[in-house]
Ligand binder design. Structure first.
Ligand SMILES: Cc1ncc(C[n+]2csc(CCOP(=O)(O)OP(=O)(O)O)c2C)c(N)n1
Ligand SMILES: [Mg+2]
Length: 596
């Protein structure tokens, strides 16, 4: 039997240890589909409902495994559908390879059916894009796409004409104009800044009295070193949204998230510090960082194109987070005055008390924060959590407490709606033995999540641990935007744009054979989590949450938070007095030692 280009493409993916391809068929990739059949589905063709979901699944898979994610789509419309997921990969620096079909070579340039200029289409999103036009090109184009993606943490695209997929594969020869390629082990350099720069950074950090640290996704492999540096410097550590799983929220000096979705202790730490050390983060909101001239600052980042931005850093260390912190540690002097650290710890303790109390404020019917506060202590140590863009991202950032080996992520920089459920699916294929929890707004469910429940229903029985819990924040509203508009100019809700049609999410899930539970009673939130986390199959929890629970700005004190909430529920005195009384009672029950 002859080996076609498509056969060789799959062989090469196997050699790169790719075990799943998140894909959707079409005649632009028929040759590859036939090859999957011949190869007895190795790598596995995982069929989503939509190519955007294929790309999100590849991103989720890559984010939670650290390995390459691969997605595939047909020419024209399929290729176009991939784009949003690939942009998510680009903006969050995730290695994903897209394999895309193209019409036959003979039709190119003829405005043929489904012919789209794929090079132009994928150029902006891909760190490397190339079309395979003859068999000898295949190994180099594919290997280079994979190496570039892994090396630059970026999406890349391989386009293969439909007729080329079916050609007999002939490898590149030892001749002029041939580009052979090697598979070889991909060693990645561990970059450490020069001694002089390390010494200068240490001197700066040693001279400060009040050190704040900011960590992002780039510090995920440097947990131990971040903890040691924070300890020596007596620093507090704020976490950018994508760095939420870098450090445990049980550490008293971890101030939690920062920025628009951030916590008050993070805000205060940045407001009052005299020194800043940023590790592996390009957190975008300068206004949440120290005032200019207030703090001397050092940044560590592995990517020279992302260093030195957002804040006037005095020292920019291009290097691997772990190796650079290890090089710094012996030069750092232990801060003997621990007052700064103690203040941060007491702010953090107070913050968590406030969060607990806020989650217990009565609402109509369920306070969305309670979903998160009830889940935190119940989360298994090895859980993976994702959240969609929407109000869920706020509560994920502020309320959820990660610990142990938990992982968590969301669409950080693109902040696109719709990746929650497909990220969860990608996580399950990457870690079939770990429980996964997805928080998703009802708008995002209607956009993508409902359709991808069908994908879950197809594959869940293959997962060693079948627990994949999708928690729907059912508020019949595009709530995040409703609140943004209110905050902008106290604009009233524009129902035409904001109100969602009602859907029975639990009924939809039950129809697919998933475990499904509508939850309308706040006192049943905890038991709903218990039931979902002990279920023998994936679960949809349809939580009926209150769209009127106001977001609390991070820089407020507890009393200010109360008055902000009061002003946001303008004019509705009855409702406000109910909320206030409810809050006081619950706070007293929960927090006998709290002054609030
Ligand atoms: C693809 C896309 N479209 C629109 C937006 C703007 N947007 C951000 S959050 C949001 C509302 C999300 O509503 P829902 O999923 O119901 O969550 P909720 O905020 O109500 O909890 C919108 C429209 C976006 N981020 N991405
Ligand atoms: Mg909603």
């Amino acid at each position: 039997m002859t080996t076609t280009v498509a056969d060789q493409l799959l062989e090469r993916l196997r050699e790169w240890k790719v075990s799943e391809v998140f894909a959707y068929p079409g005649d632009g990739i028929n040759g590859i589909l036939a090859a999957f059949g011949k190869a007895e589905n190795d790598p596995r063709f995982i069929q989503a409902r939509h190519e955007e979901m294929c790309a999100f699944e590849a991103v989720g898979y890559a984010k939670f495994t650290g390995r390459l994610g691969v997605c595939m789509a047909t020419s024209g419309p399929g290729a176009i559908h991939l784009l949003n997921g690939l942009y998510d990969a680009k903006l969050d620096h995730v290695p994903v390879v897209a394999i895309v079909g193209q019409t036959n070579r003979s039709a190119m340039g003829g405005s043929y059916q489904q012919e789209v200029d794929l090079h132009t289409l994928f150029k902006d999103v891909s760190a490397y894009v190339e079309t395979v036009t003859v068999p000898e090109q295949l190994p180099n184009v594919l290997d280079r796409a994979i190496r570039t993606s892994l090396g630059q943490h970026a999406p890349t695209t391989v386009i293969v004409h439909a007729d080329v997929q079916e050609l007999e594969y002939t490898p590149p020869t030892h001749e002029f104009k041939m580009v052979p390629s090697s598979l070889g082990h991909l060693s990645t350099p561990v970059v450490v800044p020069d001694d002089k720069s390390i010494a200068a950074a240490a001197e700066l950090l040693n001279s400060g009295q009040k050190v704040a640290m900011l960590v992002g996704a780039g510090a995920v492999g440097a947990r131990e070193q971040v903890e040691q540096v924070a300890d020596v410097l007596g620093a507090g550590v704020a976490k950018a949204l994508l760095g939420k799983d870098v450090l445990s929220d049980e550490l008293g000096y971890v101030t939690g998230s920062i920025g628009l979705l951030g916590t008050r202790p993070s805000y205060e730490m940045m407001r009052d510090c005299d020194t800043l050390l940023t590790v592996g983060s390009s957190f975008p909101y300068t206004q949440f960082m120290p005032e200019f001239g207030q703090a001397r600052a050092v940044q560590i980042d592995s990517d020279p194109s992302f260093i030195g931005m957002r804040y006037p850093y005095e020292i920019n260390l291009v290097g691997d987070a772990r190796a650079t912190l290890e090089a710094l540690l012996p030069l750092l002097e232990r801060k003997h005055d621990r007052n700064w650290r103690t203040t941060i710890e007491s702010n953090v303790a107070e913050w968590w008390q406030t969060m607990a109390a806020e989650a217990m404020v009565d609402a109509d019917p369920i306070n969305p924060m309670r979903l998160f506060s009830e889940l935190s202590p119940r989360l298994p140590d090895n859980a993976i959590v994702t959240a969609d863009s929407g109000s869920a991202a706020n509560w994920y950032a502020r309320q959820l407490r990660l610990r142990g080996n938990m992982r968590g992520s969301l669409s950080g920089n693109l902040a696109t709606m719709g990746p929650g459920v497909p990220y969860g699916i990608g996580a399950k294929f990457g870690h079939p033995d770990r429980p996964v929890v997805v928080f998703e707004g009802d708008g995002a469910m209607q956009m993508n999540g409902l359709a991808e429940l069908i994908t879950i229903s197809r594959y869940w029985q293959e997962w060693e641990d079948p627990r994949l819990v999708v928690a729907v924040l059912h508020n019949d509203d595009l709530n995040q935007v409703t609140w943004e508009m209110r905050a902008m100019g106290a604009a009233p809700k524009f129902a035409e744009s904001q109100t969602l049609p009602r859907v029975d999410y639990a009924a939809f899930a039950a129809d697919l054979g998933l475990y499904a539970l509508p939850v309308e009673d706040p006192d049943e939130v905890g038991s709903a989590w218990d039931r979902a986390l002990s279920s023998d199959r994936p679960t949809v929890l349809d939580f009926h949450v209150d769209p009127n629970v106001p977001p609390i700005p991070p820089h407020t004190t507890f009393d200010q938070a109360l008055s902000t909430a009061e002003s946001l529920i303008k004019g509705d005195e009855d409702r406000w007095s109910v909320i206030k009384e409810g809050l006081k009672t619950k706070a007293q029950e929960l927090l006998p030692h709290s002054s609030s």
